[in-house]
Design a protein around this ligand. Sequence first.
Ligand code: TMP
Length: 212
Amino acid sequence: MTHPTQRGVFITLEGIDGAGKTTQFEAVVGALRAAGRTVVATREPGGTPIGERIRALLLSEPMHYATEALLMFAARQEHVLSVIEPALLRGEVVVCDRFTDATLAYQGAGKGLPIDRLEALANWVHPGLAPDLTFLIDVPVELAAQRLRAQARIADRFERESAEFFARVRGHYLALAAAEPLRWVIVDGTRDLESVRDDLVHHMRKILQEPV
Ligand code: TMP
């Protein structure tokens, strides 16, 4: 259902690398579309031509941590202004593979940048905009590492981080979820794909207040 005067719904998916988030992202988008929803399926970093070019740099080029954080927000600024906000204003459902919570977890907890600076950037780049619903696909660091090793492709710059790094990122995600339980849904990502997907669809039904 889209109604021109009704703001859309902003859903994000988060989790450490190897959590299975991208597979579930496709399931969530598919379920919404099958239910007749107009969905903008997008990702960060990326989601716009400039954002995708920034993503390519971020995933491949070594850089200072602050540069990395600023590039995340530069890509996000384009994304919010040209994709996310317009879609929400049209009353559509935006499903985004990662958003600012990823910056707090990866660049903040993972790389040690001050959280208050990252929050100040978030307030500049998207004042008043936060996801309505965030799924945390949660898996232990060892399982995520195992899944990454099983992938056919070469690991990117982020996927090559240490187990300690991912433990900090996971811990921060769990803390964010605990601090805002109405927005976050923690999904046990260790189970089979169908069970995880069923969980996600069940929770989406609640927020969209009609069958998905
Ligand atoms: P992806 O694997 O979900 O496509 O994301 C690419 C990588 O970018 C992933 O390792 C997490 C990282 N990332 C950050 O470090 N900070 C951010 O703000 C975002 C959006 C992603």
